[in-house]
Design a protein around this ligand. Structure first.
Ligand code: PLP
Length: 482
């Protein structure tokens, strides 16, 4: 089958054109009916293209299941995988399907996305962590080094290593080398490529996870490749593991996946196959223009290239003018009607994608220039700089999964030393959990959290009244409870 064909998208369009009288789900019966406002915003087409997947019928030539298999095969071919899977609950569910069948030890960087943690709550596996290290100047977490992985995989047997490629900020590791080291020791490598689906389409970008030899990757097609929000793809190069992933999907996925969402993945894949290189050539040029334009503004700093290998992620800071990233985000939204992807203490990340135009990029540069000039007139003083000196990882008393489902209660942080955490506690920045379910509160961790709170740092997982969530029954694990 050719990459220009769209088996699923075409099957869905053809079914809509048949004008079959539907006595089946969904309840809207493929037209907007009473939902005038929705039709005004989305058009009738969205309803027409939204049958359930139960109605496939050989007689009328609409076998959605077969069409989906064909569409996934085309995606596998385009992305260099042996199997691909279309996903309707984002990269989150792809990571769940990949990791749920694990039963051994799984090594993950501590800064992994929450979907990697929740995957390990679903799995019958033990999580082990590579502590986060940070760039001291930009306060962003760095991916693990080859030495980190060598040291850990040399000491213990792991079933899988999960890496994030790239990080949210566009930082990449020596992925091919990390995969080589892991494979030498019999460890599978899964890559959270939520922010790297476009890597395959330009030589100006880092190599993709599969090109580096990973067993499987999960990409948020919706984040960087232009499909609808919540649509992602999993690409696997491991034919032994993939059947388990399919089983996990059967257990976890809705029995009514949206055919519109799945078909849009197919249609986007066909466009990428034909125009991906051109589209991303233009996108990269726009990213480079945005980076150069913003770097030229007095008082604005750009994340240096050794920390950012992806020009479509424009990370900058107005710290020397006294503005935090959070303030820059707010001012860009309030005064210039520009919304960025994320901000932290120093940085703002503006994402450039195939949806951008020279005009949108120039508007961003003008807004940053104007904001910096206004700030200079006000005589903004540089932000105080903080080091990141996080406490050591605390001892784990229970697995993530066991602790997650235990009875829990809240106690004051003041009384938490020696108790086992029932939740995640994550100061932002840098957005890396200092304690996760099943780990014991050490004096060092409690001191650190109190220090963060005194500074006014946002700490997710601290409840009202500076309470923390702990396991009700602490007895078998550590210090006696009252
Ligand atoms: C690094 C990383 N991994 C995974 C995810 C989850 O992706 P999705 O929103 O497609 O489920 C995200 C989402 O922001 C992410 O940043």
């Amino acid at each position: 089958m050719k990459q220009t064909t769209t088996p699923l998208w075409s099957a869905l369009r053809a079914y809509a054109q048949e004008r079959i009288l539907p006595f089946h789900t969904p309840g809207h019966k493929l037209h907007g009916g009473p939902f005038g406002e929705i039709v005004a915003a989305l058009g009738e087409g969205f309803f027409n293209l939204d049958p359930s997947d139960e109605i496939e019928n050989e007689d009328i030539g609409h076998q959605f299941e077969t069409a989906l298999e064909q569409a996934e095969r085309l995606a596998a071919e385009l992305f260099g995988a042996s199997d691909s899977m279309f996903l309707v609950n984002g990269t989150t569910c792809g990571l769940h399907y990949l990791l749920m069948p694990t039963t051994g030890r799984v090594l993950i960087p501590r800064f992994s996305h929450q979907s990697v943690y929740s995957a390990l709550i679903l799995a019958d596996a033990e999580a082990d962590f590579i502590p986060a290290s940070y760039d001291g100047d930009w306060l962003i977490p760095l991916p693990p080094t080859v030495e980190d992985v060598m040291e850990r995989t040399g000491k213990r047997q792991y079933q899988a290593l999960v890496l994030t490629h790239p990080t949210y900020y566009g930082t990449v590791s020596q992925l091919a080398e990390l995969v080589r080291v892991a494979h030498e020791r019999g460890v599978m490598v899964f890559v959270d490529e939520a922010h790297g689906g476009h890597f395959r389409f330009s030589k100006g970008l880092p190599p993709s996870g599969l090109a580096c030899g990973a067993d499987a990757v999960v990409q948020s097609t919706h984040k960087t490749l232009g499909s609808f929000t919540q649509t992602s793809m999993l690409h696997s190069a491991n034919t032994q593991w993939f059947p388990k992933v399919v089983q996990a999907k059967q257990a976890l996925q809705t029995t009514s996946p949206s055919l519109v969402f799945l078909a849009v993945l197919d249609a986007v894949r066909a466009v990428l196959a034909e125009q991906g290189k051109d589209l991303f050539g233009r996108c990269l040029a726009l990213g480079q223009r945005a980076q150069m334009g913003i770097a030229a503004v007095p008082g604005v700093e750009l994340l240096p290239s050794q920390l950012n290998s992806d020009p479509t992620k424009v990370v900058f800071s107005l710290r020397s003018l006294g503005l935090t990233g959070l303030e820059v985000e707010r001012l860009l939204r309030r005064d210039y009607k520009i919304q960025v992807e994320l901000s932290d203490y120093y940085n703002v990340l503006a994402l450039i994608s195939v949806g951008d135009t020279p005009a949108s990029v120039e508007a961003l540069i003008r807004a940053v220039t104007d904001l910096a000039e206004r700030r200079s007139h006000l005589g903004g003083r540089p932000l105080p700089s903080y080091g990141i000196d996080v406490p050591a990882l605390p001892p784990a008393r229970l697995s993530l999964r066991e602790a997650f489902f235990r009875e829990k209660g809240e106690i004051p942080l003041e009384e938490a030393v020696g108790r086992v955490s029932g939740g995640f506690i994550t100061p932002y920045p840098p957005g890396v959990p200092v304690i996760v379910p099943g780990e014991e509160f050490t004096p060092e961790i409690c001191d650190y959290l109190r220090w963060c709170l005194r500074l006014g740092w946002f700490v997710r997982g601290i409840m009202a009244g500076e309470n923390v969530v702990v396991l009700e029954d602490n007895r078998p694990f550590c210090r006696k409870t009252k």
